[in-house]
Write a protein that binds this ligand. Sequence first.
Ligand code: FMN
Length: 397
Amino acid sequence: MQHDGHPLPNATLEPVTAAIETRPQLRIGPYQVDPAVVLAPMAGITNLAFRKLCREFGSSTSIYVCEMITARAVVERNEKTLHMMSFDEDEHPRSMQLYGVDPATLGEAVRIIVGEGWADHIDLNLGCPVPKVTRLGGGAALPYKRALFSKIVAAMVSGAEPAGVPVTVKFRIGIDDDHLTYLDAGRIAEAEGAEAVALHARTAAQRYSGQADWTAIARLKEAVTTIPVLGNGDIFSAADAVRMMAETGCDGVVVGRGCLGRPWLFAELQAALRGEPLPEAPNLGRVGEVLYRHGALLAEHLGEDKAMRDLRKHMAWYLMGFPVGADLRRSFATVSSLTRLQDLIGELDPTAPFPRDAEGPRGRQGSPGKVALPHGWLDDPDDPAVPTGADLMHSGG
Ligand SMILES: Cc1cc2nc3c(=O)[nH]c(=O)nc-3n(C[C@H](O)[C@H](O)[C@H](O)COP(=O)(O)O)c2cc1C
């Protein structure tokens, strides 16, 4: 069941897609998710502009999750946070991800969000492996504390249920190979009323390195039987998505790094999961158009200056593998206006075809490392105490 990280030739996609088509459609609470694709929440990436760009390629009935929002900032009605929570007029469901460690704060944040009508779906982030977060008991450290985890899900569900807003939970396999938590987490989330769970099939110790272990997704699917199980980790092509669904039996896929600098992946995912021919990969001329569209959408959302600073981190992903000289790449990476961006795009060779090797892994990979935890954290998984100081974080998952 191991996968080698390389896309399958399209010819081998068809029989597998046929098997997937016979599966019941993915439903998360009141929403029919078709195709069963979710844009993974990515801090600093999945803002309104990027989600809109992905939706322009993908299906309007897939789910595109907002950047992570800290529950405490919602409760404090932090202005910057409220701006991060903006959605496009026609975005539906408006999918928000919360981070937090305290059932009271998370419950309160959910009540505010549904009371104000700010979102239609709320996901909980329990996958963040960043040491400054896990050291305080937040993110991927938290599901180890089963009783606390259970109270958190219950508090969120009871806040969201009256408004009919589904709550879902996203977590990793565990802290490290000796402390796997995903099966308990899945069963607890299911029992407490979550409407779906998503598994990033790595431990926190792996961070983004090595390969996601898709066999864990299959095991979670066996353990969680009444709500959908979504698989996440290392989907870098449409064929990867089809294969994950076929190999694990998961009900849908969550795609993160694969769409960085490549929002048209959502068109490819949609075609593959519907058993249709894949659209042709874009040449550099088309990539330039998409890059400009991304810049223009960001400028509408953030203002031109901030937009260009935000866009710079996407440049290497858009240009990955294309024949673009070092000087021109540098100019893209320091772009400061839409006019300048247009000029630089004009210097690209529009006929350069999409490089085959750009279909492989992209985005952060990093290296594995020991997970920093609060003192005595592993002593008692049934201790429901709320870790102190872990409420604030801004770095994502
Ligand atoms: C830049 C970046 C930011 C991320 N931020 C979040 C986040 O805020 N919340 C979260 O649950 N996961 C976050 N993740 C993890 C992704 O949602 C996803 O689980 C992970 O990248 C594995 O999926 P992939 O192999 O498709 O990228 C982030 C990942 C990246 C690369």
